[in-house]
Design a protein around this ligand. Structure first.
Ligand SMILES: [Zn+2]
Length: 359
């Protein structure tokens, strides 16, 4: 499946000039070819087959830009022109105007000539351009469209072919309990228990962020230092949010790769409350994002997600014998089942009880 990811670009002045050239040439070749198609049609009632290469001699500036930008302009034109041939009542395709049409061009990935590398995107003909990648993706880059909006901001929309097609069926099932000290605790049907820790660097970064926020609140309003501090806080905030997403992407990919049926708890205000009070890291935003990612990845891969009923007593029931002995305050991390004597770890026990819903 194809998916588009849009990011802000920060080109240098030189790169802006190059983009302006590409926008201009893509528009120019579109109009030039359209105009000849129209003339040809008026004379012969036939469709003219023309290509950008034919125009490079007469208009040598076309050689300065990415030839794929021209090829894509041609493809857009062919699509629009074929529509006209199918239904003449729609009229000829419109010419592109410098002021009214979107300033953009599209180029394709051929053998890795487009790729992302630490905060930059490599584009054909001009090399690396700075970008702000607020979220990551998995898959192969097919093409990119570079555009500039009315206020002069640049963007790239990257079309990615996701490798995550429907995956092979597996018998594995997993129960996931969203934890307090750990991010999540999972148990699968082979009895394998895993604790997925909150990444330590994330915890440290969040501590630093809190410090920076405190320092910001002490700075005088309107002062120079306050602005500087505000910028620092925003930067830290963004970095943490990227790191958190990265952690969640890896975890949700692994879980949906390996399991056919995935059971999770339903996020309720009640368990979000316990999170707010006790979880040191990641925050409830992390839980929502985790569930969101699990759901769409499961859908892509043909996996099933079961959400336990909000009142399912996953932490009150003994996973060994099913005995229920009422609510357990949060500080009770482990206990012995009064009925069968099984030693129970709160989070592992809950993940086992969730897994039971998959059977
Ligand atoms: Zn028991």
């Amino acid at each position: 499946m194809l998916k588009a990811y849009k990011y802000r670009l920060y080109p240098t002045e030189q790169q802006k000039d190059y983009f302006a050239n590409c926008f201009g040439c893509a528009r120019f070749i579109y109009n030039q070819m359209l105009s000849e198609k129209i003339d040809h049609y008026k004379e012969t009632k036939q469709m003219l087959q023309n290509t950008p290469a034919q125009y490079k001699k007469e208009f040598p500036f076309l050689k300065e830009v990415d030839s794929l930008a021209l090829a894509n302009a041609q493809q857009n034109l062919e699509r629009a022109y074929k529509n006209f041939f199918r239904d003449k009542s729609v009229g000829f395709p419109k010419f592109k105007s410098k002021h009214k049409s979107k300033a953009s061009y599209t180029t394709n990935n051929q053998g890795g000539n487009i790729r992302l590398e630490d905060g930059k995107i490599k584009l054909p003909k001009i090399g690396f351009v700075k970008l702000k990648q607020h979220r990551t993706f998995e898959g192969v880059i097919k093409s990119c469209t570079i555009s500039m909006n009315k206020s002069g901001k640049y963007f790239v929309s990257i079309l990615v072919k996701s490798e995550e097609g429907k995956m092979e069926f597996t018998k594995r099932k997993i129960g996931i309990d969203l934890g307090l000290s750990d991010f999540a605790i999972t148990t699968n049907d082979l009895g394998e228990v895993k604790k997925h820790e909150n990444p330590k660097h994330l915890y440290k970064a969040e501590k630093r962020l809190k410090k920076a926020q405190r320092s910001l609140s002490r700075k005088q309003k309107g002062g120079k230092n306050r602005n500087k501090a505000r910028l620092q806080v925003a930067k830290k905030h963004e970095k943490i949010s990227n790191q958190r997403k990265d952690f969640l992407h890896k975890l949700t990919k692994k879980i949906t790769d390996e399991n056919q049926v995935i059971v999770i708890e339903t996020l309720s205000s009640k368990n979000l409350m316990k999170n707010r009070k006790l979880a040191k890291s990641i925050g409830d935003a992390g839980w929502h994002e985790f569930v969101r990612q699990l759901e769409y990845k499961a859908e892509q891969k043909g996996r099933t997600i079961i959400k336990a009923d909000r009142f399912y007593p996953s932490s009150q029931m003994c996973s060994a014998c099913g005995h229920r002995d009422g609510k357990k305050p949060l500080h009770i991390r482990q206990w012995e089942c009064p009925h069968c004597g099984e030693h129970l770890d709160r989070d592992i026990n809950a993940s086992k009880n969730l897994l039971a819903l998959a059977k």
